[in-house]
Design a protein. Structure first.
Length: 237
């Protein structure tokens, strides 16, 4: 039986600032390398998204933390010219540091793949999410949705596990609400079509090896996928 109710429907962020941050990041990336463009004021963004200015400021702060914008006090917010991505700061509601997220997932998720090895029916939800992600591979405008599906793929595997505690631990480090910075830097990386294709192919490999029932191969395939994803997203970690 499933270990968690965090499954079936693609998880939509509950924190209001996250979809705003995702949409602004999509627009920033659509600028295709243009820098020094000034973003609208938080008042204008609040009107655009029908949100409070405090919610918009949270979205701006999250984007500032991953290094894609430059907040200049008294002047405004600009698309960033900085090379580095993640800014050092206290995390509070923004979750753990992204390198800690992926390192924790490297401990937890290979064991999930091992535990699911040979369980064909348990993979149905993950397969459906994987198929939906495949339909968006070539759609650059849908990178936020592709990113959510990529995370949902891992949530579905965790939810299919009989070990409820392990499934819940996985949810804590995969959920977009719990780890929004990880979701945003994933989206940043997945703007690259090659990265989307590689991630999609690796997810297929995970499904194939888990379905084949070889527990050691399933464990190794998941570990290899997460390690490669870490290298794509955090190349200097």
């Amino acid at each position: 039986m499933k270990s968690s109710d965090h499954s079936s429907k693609v998880e939509q962020p509950k924190r209001r600032y996250i979809p705003i941050a995702q949409d602004l990041l999509r627009e920033i990336q659509a600028e295709d390398g243009r820098t020094e463009k000034k973003l609208p004021s938080d008042r204008d963004l609040a009107e655009r998204y029908n949100a409070s200015r405090s919610t918009v400021r949270e979205a701006i702060f999250a984007l500032d933390m991953i290094g894609v914008i430059d907040v200049r006090h008294g002047d405004g917010t600009y698309i960033s010219t900085r090379v580095e991505r993640l800014q050092s700061s206290e995390q509070f509601q923004y979750g753990a540091r992204p390198e800690h997220v992926i390192d924790t997932r490297l401990v937890i998720e290979p064991s999930i793949a091992r535990g699911l090895a040979g369980s064909h029916a348990a993979l149905d939800a993950a397969r459906k999410v994987h198929e939906n992600a495949g339909a968006l591979l070539e759609v650059a405008e849908s990178v936020p949705e592709f990113t959510q599906l990529a995370l949902q793929f891992h949530l579905e595997l965790a939810a299919a596990l009989d070990n409820q505690l392990l499934g819940e631990l996985a949810y804590e480090v995969i959920s977009i609400d719990n780890q929004p910075l990880w979701a945003l830097i994933n989206q940043l990386s997945l703007q690259d079509a090659d990265h989307r294709h590689r991630l999609y192919e690796e997810h297929q490999q995970v499904l194939d090896t888990v379905a084949a029932g070889d527990v050691d191969l399933a464990h190794a395939t998941m570990k290899t996928h997460l390690s490669r994803n870490k290298s794509r997203i955090l190349p200097h970690s």
